[in-house]
Design a protein around this ligand. Sequence first.
Ligand SMILES: [Ca+2]
Ligand SMILES: [Ca+2]
Length: 184
Amino acid sequence: MPVSDFQKKKLLHLFHTFFDTNKNGTIDKKDFDMALERVTAMRKMTSGDAKHKEVQENLAYVWEHLKQVADRDNDGTVSEQEWLKMWEEATGSQKQPPWVHRYQSFLFEAEDVSGDGKIDETEYVQAYTQFGLSADECRNAFKKLTASGEKEIDKKLFEQRFNEFVMSTDPSAAGNYLFGKAAY
Ligand SMILES: [Ca+2]
Ligand SMILES: [Ca+2]
């Protein structure tokens, strides 16, 4: 099933801001190495400790499985086109790609700096400015994300909003604002 133009904008935001870490226009292993470095610094983790290992394993799993489903021409990189094709199929089958759950765990852990199992505005803004987004826009996005009155996002709500982000064609869905962008 083709994804709508609105979905495309969201999915390409996810691609460029969160997956193509080195901003060279495609996703490959190097982006994941750089993401690991960034989160290691952001969360002040030490290479080799349990938390660091978990992040490293999650990222390795995500890249392995993303490559498997998306890299159609087997060149070791995922292009914009390959990325969108994967989401078209996911939308058609109403099933998330197999790496999504691990990515959610990775990102949730990365954002939840205090480790209390919830993400608040400060954590959200702090995390996403590291990905190059402006603090103002992040604050606006968080307001829209939590428009129904939640002050914090727990893991279950995070997963639900993630699903809306990739699947929803409704511009008023709260999930559209999970990734720090307040308008598309
Ligand atoms: Ca890249
Ligand atoms: Ca490819």
